[in-house]
Design a protein around this ligand. Sequence first.
Ligand code: AAO
Length: 688
Amino acid sequence: MYRHYKISKIAALIGFSAALGGNISSALAQDANVPRTAFVHLFEWPWADIATECETVLGPKGYSAVQVSPPNLSIDGSAWWTRYQPVSYEISGRSGDRNAFINMVQRCKTSGVDIYVDAVINHMAAWNRDFPRVPYSSNDFNNCTTPINYQNRWQVQNCDLTGLNDLKTGSDYVRQKIADYLNDMTQIGVAGFRIDAAKHIPNEDIAAIKSKLTGSPYIFQEVIGAYGEPITPFEYTGNGDVTEFGYERAIGDKFQNGGINELKDLKTWPGMLPSDSAVVFVANHDDERHNEGATLTHLDVGDLYYIGNIFMLAYPYGYPKVMSGYYFGGNFDQGPPSSGANFGNACGFDGGDWVCEHRWRGIANMVSFRNHTANEFMLNNWWDDGYNQIAFGRGSSGFVVINRDDNKAINRSFQTGMPAGEYCDIINGNYDEATHTCSGPTISVNAEGMAYFTVNTVSASAIHIGAKIGGCSGSECNPDPNPITLEIASTAVCLSNDQSFTNPTVYFWGSQPSERVVNATWPGESMVKKGNYHCYDLGAEVDAINIIFNDNGVNQTEDLRMQGNHCYDNGTWKSLADCGFNVTISNPSLPVSDLAKVCYDNNQYFDSPTIYYWNVVTASGNSISDAIWPGVSLTQVGNQYCHEFSESIESINLIFSNNGSNQTSDLNATKQATCYQNNTWTALENCI
Ligand code: AAO
């Protein structure tokens, strides 16, 4: 719905430091035709430092934008959070005055980097209700001062948030004052806004303010989705993007407690926003202080936070925001260092007080990885060791290997899906776009797309098409945006051909149910090339079948048994979807069980998800009587909640509900798509 791509206007030649542990490199600015797809929060950075940072680091490294701290006048005090207590909409404060702000916006824009302002518009400071510099007086505020109970929608949106005077955003006068403030910044050249505490403003009030805005600024709203709360992030997607705190929690949990292999399907976990509505982050300025332990932060021992950020920038979901703050030594209120990282102070790895995560080599270079893989916003060639070691591809544009294991290195070959050649390992070296060379180790991809990686404990390696030694050429630089969203019938069998067969052939016999598929005659049927795979459509669904892949009768695999998963990828059976295919269910002889199931991703966090149904049309013509409200309980299957009917269904009317309380609207499913995920129907095969 909302585009996160931005093409840089200029490509300037600039030298800069981009290091983890202090190594220095210089490089060309990112190519002007490559989109910018990740931004950074330079928390509490002064305007002058941000301007320099845009020119020397952010522009060249390909960052799309900077979220800056609230620029308007707030209460006095040294704590960082004083800036979330506005007293006026004049641009003035700890980061600099209006002139410095304008200078920053212009210089960043010239470097290809946008500015997003943190807009504190839900409330004014916690003092009397008189703000003559706006002006606001007591009539412009709501009257509820009791502490907020987050289970109560009305209180969340009408009472003071921790004592902060809650603006009456239902009033046209207040809406206009807020819009005037935002329009002033748009006019200066600000490109977007983070709406602070958006959960505390009814979404229709934000829509009304938005309708008064000039231009079309990018908007993302801070809505902390939490189990059991009535207000959900989904309510706000109509206004713009929304923060996805579920993503931060998932990364914090799996990287700290183990099991990062489970992050493979993170984007489809129940309750997650659609990718094109989600702003994602590993940590934010609140949680790195108050939620330490659950959130992965720079305070974590070892490089967990580092590789967590690498995962975020590689994984095709949402619009990523890199957190970049300062050291606060356990004092959660501590304000920023008295001078910025470019004028007077320095980054931690250079002995200073700023953490500068956005400059850490692997993080800064993964921004470029994300930009160069943007055309192929999909995941393929996934591998994991069943726990803490993972690897995955991004079409034919990039491949990343992440090792979260504390004891075990990774030493093995992977199918990368990438064109043959030598690539810079951008986690462990910098790529120079001018000379097409690498300051560190390189990775060699052979003609079959295979590459050998050695990755130590709690570290990573990554390669991408924009960091190929000698440069990429022709179509490999601009790969087909949908190379492996190739359609495939669910009845096909596919092979990754890491054996380099010249004429891949599939021999099969002994199908179950028996004789569903007629036995082949040796050496079997020729396979057709589909992306990185060769495939053959068996023409009917089977529960199991014996298979030998061979090179038209010459070399051959051992006797294999295909059961459930149809894609033989580098020695492992995977689902066709995991091999990157878009699976179409085209064959009428599907087993009954596959079409008898209706599933729901429960993105409304129902405690007792229930299905109520009527008008059930079965394949056999047998009748199934309507359910009795609120219907029957769903059973959790992986990430979905499902109900299995006694026989195959053709179509059905239904409502999912929380055992009769909250409910979806009236829905209708047909046999081609019986999984309700992210508010749309998809085929079961693509869903679970
Ligand atoms: C300061 C003082 C206060 C004083 C107040 C007024 O610290 O003691 O009462 O002034 O004098 C920042 C600081 C505040 C500071 C404020 C103003 O963080 O400490 O108060 O400036 O100076 C809620 C809001 C969310 C908000 C968050 C902090 O929904 O919008 O609280 N974030 C933004 C900014 C933040 C800023 C403000 C808003 C205010 O990012 O920096 O405050 O402008 C649950 C709820 C959330 C709720 C949290 C915290 O979340 O769901 O909506 O956020 O609780 O109350 C797990 C759970 C999740 C839970 C979360 C808590 O993730 O799953 O349910 O933990 O971390």
